[in-house]
Design a protein around this ligand. Sequence first.
Ligand code: IVH
Length: 601
Amino acid sequence: MAESVEKARRRLPTLLTEIARADRLYYKENAPEISDFEYDCLQAEVKAIYKKFPQLEQAMKVGSDLRNGAVSVPHLSPMLSLSNTYSKEELFEFDRRTREACNGGCAYLLEPKVDGMAISLIYENGRWVRALTRGDGRAGEDVTAAVQTIADIPHVLSYAQEFSNESSVSNEAKPSHASIPSITEVRGEIYVTREDFEALNAEQERLGQPLFSNTRNLASGSVKLLDVEEVKRRRLRFVAHGIGKIDGDFSTQEAVRRWLKANGFPSFPTIDIAETAEEAWAFIEAFHAKEHPFPFVTDGVVLKVNDRRQQLQLGATAKFPHWAIAYKFEPESVETQVTGVTFQVGRTGAITPVAELTPVELCGSRISRATLHNFNEIDRLGLQIGDWVVLQKAGEVIPAIVRVNTARRNGTCPIVPPTACPACGAKLIRLEGEAILRCPSIACSAQTRLKIIHFASKEALDIGGMGAKLVDFLVHNGWVRTVADVFQLWRFRERWIATEGFGETAVDGILTAIERAKTQPLWRWIYGLSLPNVGLEAAKRLAETFQTMEALQTASAEALQSVPLIGERTAQGIAAFFKNETNRAVLEQLRKAECFDQMPA
Ligand code: IVH
């Protein structure tokens, strides 16, 4: 903490820039580089400076999660966040303030803090009509189409249906109004279970696509996808923890919870009340120590003043209610030494540096490697081989290096980016402004396997039966080296049938599926070719714009950039892909095999 105003004045711009960068990476690019804990520490430092030197205060920037061009819809009541703390003293200080404002008597409802993405569900006359992100708290982005993929969400409020004929919902849990609520905002979190997260990452790995860093990013990234089929694949879930606008009100937060449950919303299983700060603290300690049964990842405990009149009396700032606080658990961390850095080649040729570590135990698992993502990350950490590093689990799931302990540095050596592909030796390229080094060759052996698996996958050409195991067999036999070779497999039919484990029916089934793939639409071919940074949605936009593979192949970087979802870097990457001699030869072979003649208009 800066002791003098001059020091604070110098420190503030750095802090605010780091916060703005973290907000951008988190909200806009879904690629955070610092942990929640580090982010919270930055925010806490700014807050402490403003408290000590109020003259330096300026409006703190709130991260907005609104994408360019997305539809923004006002919330009917502000969508607040929670102030949070990692300190027992601050928690007790919150209790003291709250109790004082409530003239001594208040109780808290305690619940898990879900590591998900905040969402508001709007019901009109008891029917679900819309889902909004928090946005800036006053208006959020309409993400109804994506949220509709979640089976957990009731489409009709059963309470509203049953209200007129005296429902089975207990009186206590009824808001004090006498008609079907015309507007109800239900607030909660969208999340992905730990099991689904692991299964999806295994699938990403199989397809050679980048791994999701934690469950929260996966949830927030998925909600903003336009491709509903892809959202379904992400297996999102919902848990309700409150309400926004509703006709009438409830007497307690506990009654809100019961009302949510009675209406079929997934909520928290137990109702835990603390009458004092000591009771709340005992609950927090017990909660942290035990393995809990929730399907979601949690990162703390939320305390909410139970009495709704007291909540109103306590009020809120523009961002946080004064009647609630989140106590967050500091992530477990451990120090270990980086023994080396290896370079992995991904499906699109991206080279990922991976830190090799002296094995350590963290949150019950043995960790010996951690991804460094890209070379900017190495620069940001200031990492060298031989360094001692602090390792944490990002969102409790994937181990990440959060910082270097330079105090322990002794005889380290710098990490030198490779110039040639570690698998095929091709000269690596770095697209302008990109932190990623890439192997440009479509025939690179490390990429081949991953590219062909991706090409044949359900999301691309959908060649039934051609999964990782079969691709390994075909690559091992030298029958396929590029995606074009898939359409020449008929030449090996006799030898293939004679191979143990295969027979005529199996082989002919696969060859038929390969023939059928020729009738797939253009966007599947574009997606299947593994163009750098081109996902499903971008592939669809490219197909809509260019209509034929030939038109896409000959498009200039400027023309590519005018396509929705295609930025300058991606446009350059696509143009470079089609300029590469090997890639052109592969496309020519596909053309000769009549792959682009039978697709639907
Ligand atoms: S209540 C007015 N309860 O954590 C109170 N929020 O870091 C608003 N969160 O913005 C929120 N678990 O998105 C509440 N049990 C819980 C929660 C919870 C997770 C999220 C919520 C909030 C964020 C703050």
